[in-house]
Write a protein that binds this ligand. Structure first.
Ligand SMILES: Nc1nc2c(ncn2[C@@H]2O[C@H](COP(=O)(O)OP(=O)(O)OP(=O)(O)O)[C@@H](O)[C@H]2O)c(=O)[nH]1
Ligand SMILES: [Mg+2]
Length: 220
C-alpha cells in the first residue's frame, strides 16, 4: 500500500514564463475538498496509474509532465494540495505563482461542489494574482464513473457560467475519462490569457504626447 503522502519536492524555480530548455514552464494547482480525487487525477495524468486505496495528502506534492499543446512545448508542473481543512496553513503558501487553478469536486459529493466558491476565494486571497478578472480557472467534476451522483452536469455547468465562464470537465481518475482533456484545457486557458495580455500590450501604446495609438508602433 502507498506510504502516507507527505510534503515532497524541493521548492522549484518560481513558475511563470520560464523557458526550461525550449518548453514553457507552467504551474497549475489542484484545489478542492479532501477525498474528491485531486491526487488520483494528478497520478492518472502523470503516471497513468490509479490507486483505489489512497492516503490523504499532507501539505503539497508536485509532479511534472511535458506535453505539446497547439504546437507549443510545455512543461506542466502540477501542484497537488491537501484538501482537508486541518492542512490549510501547509497548502496556502504554494498558491503564489500558479498560472492556472483546477477547482475540483466529486459529482457524488454535493458538499464538495458547494465548497467550490470557498476554494476560489481562498485561492484568490493567498495567490495574490495581478489580474483576478482574467485569471484562468478550470472546474473538474470528478468520479463520474460512480452511479450515485449528487450533482447534475447542468448544475455544474451553470455554476461555471456564473463564476467566470470557466471550462468544465466531467472526469474520472479511475477509468481515465477526460483527464488529459482537462489538463490540456488548463494549458490552453493560460496560453489564451497570455496571448490576450500580449495583444492588449501591443495594441494600446501611449506616445509621449499622451495620444493613444491604435496600431503597433516601431520603437523608433
Ligand atoms: N470511483 C472513483 N474513485 C476515485 C476517483 N478519483 C479518486 N477516487 C478515490 O477517492 C479517494 C480519494 O482520492 P484522492 O485522490 O486521495 O483524493 P484527494 O482529493 O487527493 O484527497 P486529499 O489528499 O485529502 O485532499 C481514493 O480512495 C481514490 O481511490 C474516481 O475518479 N472515481
Ligand atoms: Mg490528495
Amino acid at each position: 500500500t502507498k506510504q502516507p503522502q507527505t510534503q515532497t519536492g524541493h521548492q522549484p524555480a518560481p513558475a511563470g514564463r520560464i523557458m526550461s530548455g525550449k518548453s514553457l514552464l507552467l504551474k497549475v494547482i489542484l484545489l478542492g475538498d479532501g477525498g474528491v480525487g485531486k491526487s488520483s487525477l494528478m497520478n492518472r495524468y502523470v503516471t497513468d496509474r490509479f490507486d483505489s486505496q489512497s492516503f490523504h495528502t499532507i501539505g503539497v506534492e508536485f509532479l511534472n509532465r511535458d506535453l505539446e499543446v497547439d504546437g507549443r512545448l510545455v512543461t506542466l508542473q502540477i501542484w497537488d494540495t491537501a484538501g482537508q481543512e486541518r492542512f490549510k496553513s501547509l497548502r496556502t503558501p504554494f498558491y503564489r505563482g500558479a498560472d492556472c487553478c483546477l477547482l475540483t469536486f466529486a459529482v457524488n459529493d454535493l458538499q464538495s461542489f458547494q465548497n467550490l466558491g470557498c476554494w476560489k476565494k481562498e485561492f484568490m486571497y493567498y495567490s495574490d494574482v495581478k489580474d483576478p478578472e482574467r485569471f484562468p480557472f478550470v472546474v473538474l467534476g470528478n468520479k463520474v464513473d460512480m452511479e450515485q451522483r449528487e450533482v447534475g452536469e447542468d448544475e455544474a455547468r451553470a455554476w461555471c457560467e456564473e463564476n467566470g465562464c470557466c471550462p468544465y470537465f466531467e472526469t474520472s481518475a479511475k477509468d481515465d475519462t477526460n483527464v488529459t482533456a482537462a489538463f490540456e484545457a488548463a494549458v490552453r486557458e493560460v496560453l489564451a490569457a497570455e496571448d490576450q495580455i500580449d495583444h492588449t500590450l501591443l495594441s494600446s501604446t501611449i506616445d509621449l504626447h499622451g495620444n493613444r495609438k491604435t496600431s503597433r508602433t516601431s520603437c523608433c
